[in-house]
Design a protein around this ligand. Structure first.
Ligand code: LLP
Length: 420
């Protein structure tokens, strides 16, 4: 459930008409609903309430906006980070270092040192050499780093190939059959406290079967390592739960996911950690855009909007679907293609879509844009970096400014040797 709905014929975010935001802030602009964020955070937390010990670390990559992080930190969420940049955001939003988990296959040595220095709660180790480096840096600082080993369970998550991470040919984690030896060697290092395992098999998952299989494999490893005398006190189950981009394709609910987790992990006796991203923020955001032209096409018209692939990359990158709705629908429909102004045919949001009838200057939204939306934006074609707004009841605030081309140009330099 979200808080973007029609009232008196005008699409609102909570109590704010999107026409007002478009007028005052301009378009394109991402609009987030605080109430929706809070609701999703609580639904997820409630779904896990039957589990004895739980830590939820929001996957910052899905939406790193400081205001969004502040909402989630107030809901008791920690953070799953994959860079020092994300660590700085987590800390700036008020999250405690101890509630931060550092994932990622390419943490640089500098990043590892900075994270150790900041005292983050857990390193998710992706390869043996990384663990060795963390131990060495920690010893040099007189610290002990808490860590878990990320396992690649070799399970097909059944999602888009570009967001699948749990197959043996993927770059993530250590192969499950090599895990016991690697774990044993890392556990013997001074400076490193190995405390458990982690996995994450992919994103936008609709089928719980492969996740359950992967969890069961890891469960076997928990027992095996414990029998070998290791202290296994936490397992990080990653993120990955899908969201309904299309109304008639409904993913498993957090409650059903929670029941599955409770069933599979009942004998583990560990703290279970979760790294949800999309399921928390996806439906809490829309991309508000204005129609520039409706261009007659040879096959069907092109609705050219002022948002483009640089603002919302998902359709161009993953052929992703985002519902498109008029902000002031007139009750008529049209069959059209929807595209942005960028000079690539890939800058197309939809082909042959049955949509609300729109004309030049009308406002519209792309739904379910709160996850992997603004965070993946670029300035391609020297377009402005898209701004973000958060709505709270009948008020709203700009939570990320539009970065104009002038500011981008000011950060570039023409060297003297080109001035001769
Ligand atoms: N944990 C790890 C280690 C991850 O790699 C990811 C996502 C998550 C948690 C959060 O997954 P979620 O709950 O959001 O599914 N840009 C792509 C998605 C990339 C996901 C990368 N990893 C998209 O727009 O679909």
């Amino acid at each position: 459930m979200d808080h973007f709905s029609l009232r008196d014929g005008v699409m609102h975010a909570e109590d704010v008409p999107l026409t007002r935001i478009a007028e005052e802030v301009g378009t394109p602009v991402y609009v987030y609903s605080r109430a929706t964020l809070e609701r999703h955070a609580r639904v997820f937390r409630d779904a896990l309430s039957a589990l004895p010990r739980v830590h939820i670390a929001f996957a910052i990559k899905a939406n790193p906006n400081l205001a969004v992080l502040r909402v989630l930190s107030r809901e008791g969420f920690g953070a799953d980070i994959v860079s020092v940049g994300e660590m700085k955001r987590a800390l700036a939003s008020g999250m405690a270092p101890a509630d931060i988990v550092f994932s990622g296959v390419g943490k640089t040595r500098d990043e590892l040192r900075e994270a150790l220095d900041a005292g983050i709660g857990q390193f998710n180790i992706e390869l043996e050499e990384e663990g060795v480096a963390i131990a060495e840096f920690a010893r040099a600082m007189g610290k002990t780093a808490t860590a878990v080993l990320r396992i690649n369970p070799d399970v097909d998550a059944g999602t888009h190939a570009k967001i699948s991470t749990g197959l043996k040919e993927n770059k993530f984690g250590v192969p499950i059959d090599e895990a016991p030896e690697i774990y044993t060697r890392l556990a013997a290092l001074d400076g490193l406290a190995m405390r458990g395992l982690a996995l994450h098999i992919g994103s936008q998952i609709f089928d719980l079967e492969p996740i359950e299989q992967a969890f069961a494999k890891v469960g076997g490893l928990v027992m095996q390592l414990r029998a070998a005398g290791h202290q296994i006190e936490r397992v990080d189950l990653g993120g990955g739960l899908g969201v309904p981009y299309e109304r008639d394709k409904v993913p498993p609910s957090p409650a059903i996911y929670g029941e599955m987790v409770a069933r599979v992990t009942k004998d583990w006796d560990v703290t279970l950690m979760f790294e949800p991203g999309r399921v928390i923020v996806g439906n809490a955001g829309v991309l508000l855009t204005r129609v520039i032209w409706v261009k007659p096409g040879v096959v069907r018209p092109y609705v050219i909007v002022d948002a483009a692939m640089n603002d919302l990359a998902r359709p161009a990158m993953y052929d992703a679907w985002h519902d498109f709705e008029a902000v002031e629908p007139i009750g008529e429909r049209m069959l059209a293609n929807i595209a942005g102004p960028v000079c690539e045919s890939g800058d197309t949001f939809a082909m042959g879509r049955d949509i609300d009838a729109v004309k030049a200057d009308d406002l519209a939204i792309f739904r379910t844009a709160g996850a992997y939306g603004a965070t993946m934006a670029s300035t391609y074609n020297s377009r402005a970096l898209v701004p973000e707004v958060m709505v709270d009841g009948d008020q709203y605030a700009i939570v990320a400014e539009r970065v104009l081309p002038d500011a981008l140009i000011a950060a570039e330099h023409v060297p003297n040797f080109l001035n001769d």
